[in-house]
Design a protein around this ligand. Sequence first.
Ligand code: TNX
Length: 533
Amino acid sequence: SLRIIPIFFLIFMACKSPDSSSPVNRSLSITPIPFKVDTKQGYFEINKKTTFLCSETSSEVIASFFIEKIKAFTGHSFSIHNESDTKNNIQLIKESTLDFGEQEYHLSISKDEVKIKAKTDQGLFYGMQTFMQLLPLYGANSKNQMHLPVKIQAVEIEDKPRFGWRGMHLDVSRHFFSIDFIKKQLDVLALFKINKFHWHLTDDQGWRIEIKKYPKLTEIGSKRKNADGSVHQGFYTQEEIKEVVQYAKERFIDVVPEFDTPGHAIAILAGYPELSCGKEKYEVRNLWGVESSILCAGKEETYTFIEDVVQELSTLFPYEYYHMGGDEVPKDQWKNSLECQELKKREGLKDEKEIQSYFMARVEKILLKFDKKMIGWDEILEGGITPTTNIMSWQGEEGGIKAANKGHDVIMTPAKYCYFNFYQGDFKAEPLAFGGYIPLEKVYHYDPIPKEIKDDKKKHILGAQGNVWTEYAYEDKTIEYLLYPRIIALAETTWSQKENKKFDDFLNRLNTVYDVLEYHHVNYHIPLPEGPT
Ligand code: TNX
């Protein structure tokens, strides 16, 4: 009989109707890891009677955004109310007087209700993104269906980012990518609180944005004849750009356009050769590497052209930062140009590096007319920069350190930690990538504030971003493979406090992240312990 009891017990357990709720999500797998998490006793039950409670129209917009997302999993659409005398609510509380950071939120889940508090809509949005990660949505079963009611762990979360700039960069010049692809990435990146999209729209190998005043930029500049006779082409219309910017805005992502000057510009010269110092004809470059034909700094037409383009950009890109390039500028054409040598004399410039400084200062002046702040790659430090220039440090950390210590704002993206076009695994097994090797762990342990930065200058490090250059990546799935999960590691590096980060714990949480990526049909890399050392 002793043997019978357990069998009866098992049969009883098996026949018992399944618990009416899905299990509590015990692990609290939140990525990037929050500032403070305090798990409480009990759980909140979300059922079909649960409603969203919003005190303002802007929070209703955020509630609706997430209601749509949850509907995709449950088929159920929650309603929104402005007030309620019952509990069982998810409250979005925006209070401008709160002593919170701009992106901070508090999420409190108790037996009776869920409260998300923030000072801004962005804070509420991040609170909701965290809340979504607590729902047993992803990987719930093979159909990604969540059956109401569900229980979620009671918890108190206080959360705010370490850095305000948590970015992703994509080069669409070397290879063109559709707006649908870009929107898909923005949707996924927003789940992990990435908030800047740096869009590298122009380069030697293709100009990718419609500019009405200069139609040859796209008629000629957006097409590249490859050595094998095939053609690579593509550009975004202004309407498409607006669509992406709006889509990003709904996800609290600012779009930073890059218009690369004065180098990386032969796609411009292919249509408008008069903007060069030379007399030759030019073609869109069909090799990788750096082109030696650049915009002429000694001609007034160059600045008129830049102003006209910036004027059109300003109707498309509302964000205050514009990236104007300044990287890898071979200066031989300037050396041999009458106009540039005259400019040098007239302005008392010592050498070609100082011509570049003069050039960037004039470009910045143009931006200021449109209330935009200029970012340039760290090469522009060589001949000196204006006090208000912002630096993106890619060659290493040195440029960023130097600039921040002098009081300039800096975004860190040193190639050896943040270039996602580099290999992430064994060279023999991985698809063709750019030379370097940056495994996940290296990105994860990157600290955007190098120790050489003086304490009172640390505030000048706005944050960091991951860059994807696309010389060797031309398919959507390859870009995703390069991005994920390294961009998730960067999201945690830029959002979370150093003390809260542990690589092993991150690896554990990645399993939940992979479910999310799979739900979004993202092609991601699975880091293996092996690989070159
Ligand atoms: C350098 S990073 C470049 C890009 C290339 C990249 C390849 C930077 C500002 N310039 O033009 O695509 O290396 O990794």
